[in-house]
Design a protein around this ligand. Structure first.
Ligand SMILES: Cc1cc2nc3c(=O)[nH]c(=O)nc-3n(C[C@H](O)[C@H](O)[C@H](O)COP(=O)(O)OP(=O)(O)OC[C@H]3O[C@@H](n4cnc5c(N)ncnc54)[C@H](O)[C@@H]3O)c2cc1C
Length: 316
C-alpha cells in the first residue's frame, strides 16, 4: 500500500456517515503547530470533530481499526516527542459552548464544553457575575485539559468548582462522573487516559464583577513579575514536592540558565524549562535538560522531582 502511515490512516476514515464539515482530518500533522512549546513530530491523523456525534463516529471507527487514540487540548502542558504520535490525535477545539442553564432553578450552574478555552470560560463567568474561576487568570489551554490536570493557581483549582464531568470512552460509550469520582488532586486527576472529557457542569457563586476582575488582575500582575516572556514554554515543568518549591530547589542547585541546545532553565523562574525562539530546538534537547535538572536536584537535595508536563509520542 502506498502513501505515508498518516495518509493510509486517513483513507481508512473515508466514508463516515457525516457531512464533510463535521470532521476535520489531516494526515501527518506537525504537533509543533499545536503545542505552546512549538515542539513535536507529526500526528499520524489529526482529527477535530465539530460535535459529539462526529466524535462518537470518529472514536468508533478508530476502535474498529485498532488505531490508538490520544486526546490533546490547547497543548499547553504537553511535550510531544520528535517522532510524533501514532494513531489518531483528537482535539475538541471546535466544541466550545459555555452555557448558563436556568439561573432561577440552578443558581451558579455553568455547563461548559471541554474544547472551550479557559479564557472563554472565565470571561463568560465574569459577565454573568459568577465567581470561583478567578484562579484561571493567565492559565492557558482548554477546559478539558484543565480538568484532567486539575489546573490551578494560589487562588484555587478546578476541583473547587466541578460538580460533574462528562466523558466518552474510546469505544464510544458515554460516562458521567460526579465530582467525588474524578479523583482530583494537586495537578492530577483520575480521569482516565482512554476517555475524552467532553464537558463539565460547574457550580459557581454570585460575586460582583468588579471583585472578580480585581482578583484576576492581581493574579495576572503577579504572574507578569515572576514569569518569563518571549520564549516558548509549558509554564511550570515540575510539580512542587510536598512542603517545598521545585523552582527553589532548581535555583539552589545552581541551575538557572543551564542549557542544552535551544532548551534553557529560565533565568527568570527556575521551574520553567523553556525553548528559545528561532533556536531550532528539538524535544530531545528539552528532555535531556529535564533529566539533567532532575539528576542535579536529586544529588543536591535528595529530592526526585516529578514532571507536571506530560511527555507523549515517540522519540525519533
Ligand atoms: C504560559 C503558561 C502558564 C501556565 N500556568 C499554569 C498555571 O498557573 N497553573 C496550572 O495548573 N497550569 C499552568 N500551565 C499548564 C497548562 O496550561 C495547564 O496544565 C492546562 O490546564 C493544560 O490544558 P490544555 O488544554 O493545554 O491541555 P493539554 O496540554 O493539551 O493536555 C494536558 C493533558 O490533558 C489531556 N487532555 C486534554 N484535553 C483532554 C480531553 N478533552 N479529554 C481527555 N484528556 C484531555 C491530555 O491528553 C494531557 O494528558 C501553564 C502553561 C503555560 C504555557
Amino acid at each position: 500500500m502506498s502513501g505515508s502511515r498518516g495518509e493510509r490512516l486517513l483513507a481508512a476514515f473515508a466514508g463516515l456517515d457525516l457531512p464533510e464539515a463535521a470532521l476535520e482530518l489531516a494526515a501527518d500533522e506537525p504537533m509543533a503547530r499545536h503545542t505552546t512549546l512549538r515542539l513535536g513530530g507529526p500526528a499520524d491523523l489529526w482529527a477535530r470533530p465539530a460535535d459529539t456525534q462526529a466524535l462518537g463516529l470518529l472514536l468508533r471507527r478508530a476502535w474498529a481499526l485498532g488505531a490508538p487514540v490520544t486526546f490533546v487540548g490547547g497543548g499547553s502542558n504537553l511535550l510531544v516527542q520528535d517522532g510524533g504520535i501514532r494513531g489518531v490525535v483528537v482535539n475538541l477545539g471546535r466544541m466550545t459552548a459555555v452555557e448558563r442553564p436556568a439561573p432561577d432553578e440552578a443558581p451558579g450552574a455553568v455547563v461548559v464544553a471541554a474544547g472551550a478555552s479557559t479564557g472563554k470560560l472565565l470571561k463568560a463567568a465574569t459577565e454573568w457575575e459568577l465567581g470561583g474561576l478567578e484562579f484561571l487568570g493567565g492559565v492557558p489551554g482548554s477546559v478539558g485539559g484543565g480538568l484532567v490536570m486539575n489546573a490551578g493557581t494560589y487562588l484555587g483549582e478546578f476541583t473547587s468548582v466541578v460538580e460533574e464531568v462528562r466523558s466518552v470512552r474510546v469505544d464510544g460509550a458515554a460516562v458521567l462522573r460526579e465530582h467525588a469520582a474524578c479523583g482530583f488532586r494537586y495537578r492530577a486527576s483520575d480521569l482516565p487516559a482512554d476517555e475524552v472529557v467532553v464537558g463539565a457542569r460547574l457550580r459557581l457563586r454570585a460575586r460582583p464583577r468588579a471583585e472578580i476582575e480585581a482578583d484576576v488582575a492581581g493574579l495576572r500582575a503577579r504572574r507578569r513579575e515572576r514569569e518569563p516572556t518571549g520564549v516558548f514554554n509549558n509554564g511550570s515543568t515540575f510539580k512542587n514536592p510536598p512542603g517545598d518549591y521545585a523552582g527553589r530547589l532548581i535555583e539552589a542547585a545552581g541551575l538557572k540558565g543551564r542549557r542544552i541546545g535551544g532548551a534553557v532553565v529560565s533565568p527568570v523562574h527556575a521551574n520553567w524549562l523553556v525553548v528559545e525562539r528561532g533556536s531550532g530546538c528539538r524535544s530531545a534537547e528539552l528532555l535531556a535538560l529535564i533529566e539533567a535538572v532532575r539528576e542535579a536536584v536529586a544529588v543536591a537535595h535528595g529530592v526526585r522531582l516529578e514532571l507536571e508536563v506530560k511527555v507523549i509520542g515517540e522519540a525519533r
